[in-house]
Design a protein around this ligand. Sequence first.
Ligand code: ADE
Length: 223
Amino acid sequence: MRIDIISVLPELLESPLSHSIMKRAQAKGLLEVHLHPLRSYSTLKHGQVDDYQFGGGAGMVMMLEPIVNCIESLQAQVQYDEIIYLTPDGETLNQKMANSLSMKGNLLLLCGHYKGIDQRIRDHFITKEISIGDYVLSGGELGAAVLVDAIGRLLPGVLNDETSALFDSFQDNLLAPPVYTRPVDFRGWKVPDILLSGDHKKIEDWRHQQAVERTQARRPDLL
Ligand code: ADE
């Protein structure tokens, strides 16, 4: 899968995408991420990419031209399945959306800043708008990093069997059950006996029951 990201602050994305599982996905050739600094597509001196909004009001708006220049020069090389704008008024990201995006070939992500982007970009280029939650970030970069991580770890071959995405919270609309590791007894806080029993069927049933109880208690809306 190839993901291109257009941003005024590509540095913000470098670290989250170059460690751990995202690093492995790219090293294995399963994920290719390309960052595109928007300022280098500016038509104005000093690399200006924002301007005052028509109608007045506080806050700058990201201008059309640099974004159009950047998107069109990328489109000349890559056929995108989706052009995604990260914005707090987009559809809220969930596991189902991540699953479905992980099956695409090429994605282009656009990170907003300030008051957002000129509406005409949204009308004529953007095919999907995604929010990572009901709060406002100072830009779309952290949202893009979250989205790439959520998608990247689902690509076949990225995770090994033990960390398989199949067992994640949300994959079957249930939160994950509690997990334990050594020592068996720490200050009298014991690992549940069932997990030490060696009875795989019983352990599986217990985990499922715990997952259901946890979901009922914390996220009944998922059931
Ligand atoms: N940009 C600013 N806030 C955002 C959010 N909640 N999700 C995605 N992009 C954003």
